[in-house]
Design a protein around this ligand. Structure first.
Ligand SMILES: [Zn+2]
Ligand SMILES: [Zn+2]
Length: 292
């Protein structure tokens, strides 16, 4: 897994990470079967209801940890462990931070997740003839599916789809088509390097349109509707959009690493596998260092 560590004097925070939500949830130890929101304790049942969910922070995490320890200790079969939650973490020098300060909102994963969800919902309502026309229009507009990722769309293709709802044969009055059009306004106004226009209004209108689709609110839809505005206003310099902290850079590092790794690649069972891997990492670090 690759992390993108950004040390930026323009941001209010010094070190922040942008990576996909699953990886972030794993790092935080909150991957409990479903897809949790890494910034608050939202539960999927509440959908888009206006409920105030407690935000996740390292202090909140310490509390959770302490509870787990207490539960563990309450079983007399277990050897008691000593745990003071917050105090322990402070002693270890762990910052008491809000996770929103540490993890940037990954625009690429939101674009792909929300876009694909609405895309699938629209396609499911189309007749066979409509689908044939749709495929031709995709081709005509140079929108192709990725050859890996099981034929899903990649970032650029999905960006085009959100902008071309009318030109790719989608039934216009379909509630999911309308939601996808509203989502394209969100993408246009705040997923780029700079804020362009009224993104708060765009998010509000997307939320209203999404509710009318009757689709389940996914974690990504929740994040678009509840966390994008606070994140941009609190943690990004004025005028900066999510694209400025996009995980795109880390994603493209995957393919750069694979190119370097080809020169070192060997069977995992070989004795020098570890050394080869280390040398590949050294080389990519060196390449990154001289190119910045
Ligand atoms: Zn949340
Ligand atoms: Zn990735």
């Amino acid at each position: 897994m690759l992390l993108q560590i950004e040390i930026s004097p323009v941001c209010n925070h010094l070190v922040s990470f942008t990576f996909d939500l699953k990886a972030a949830a794993l790092c935080l130890g909150i991957m409990l079967g479903r897809y949790p929101c890494i910034w608050c304790v939202w539960d999927a049942k509440s959908g888009l209801d206006h409920v105030e969910f407690k935000s996740r922070s390292s202090a909140h995490h310490a509390e959770m940890y302490q509870k787990l320890c207490e539960e563990y200790n309450s079983d007399s079969k277990n050897h008691a462990i000593d745990c003071d939650g917050v105090e322990d973490m402070e002693a270890l020098g762990v910052w008491m931070v809000d996770y929103m300060q540490m993890f940037n909102i990954p625009e690429l994963h939101l674009l792909l997740g929300v876009g694909q969800k609405l895309y699938n919902a629209i396609v499911a309502t189309m007749s066979e003839e409509e689908l044939v026309t749709h495929e031709l229009l995709l081709k005509h507009n140079n929108i192709s599916r990725s050859s890996y990722h099981g034929g899903a769309f990649e970032g650029n293709a999905m960006r085009k789809i959100t902008l071309m709802v009318e030109q790719i044969g989608f039934p216009i009055s379909n509630s999911s088509s309308i939601a996808l059009k509203r989502f394209s306004e969100v993408v246009r106004t705040c997923f780029g390097q700079k804020i362009q226009g009224d993104y708060k209004l765009a998010i509000f209108q997307f939320e209203e349109a999404f509710k009318l689709t009757g689709l389940n609110c996914s974690t990504k839809v929740h994040i678009v509707c509840r966390h994008v505005i606070p994140f941009i206003t609190k943690f990004l310099p004025v005028g900066m959009g999510l694209g400025a902290v996009s995980e795109q850079a880390a994603e493209s590092a995957h393919s750069r690493f694979i190119k370097v790794w080809r020169n070192y690649q060997c069977s995992e069972s070989l004795e020098n596998y570890g050394e080869n891997l280390l040398n590949a990492v050294k080389e990519i670090n060196f390449v990154n260092f001289i190119s910045t």
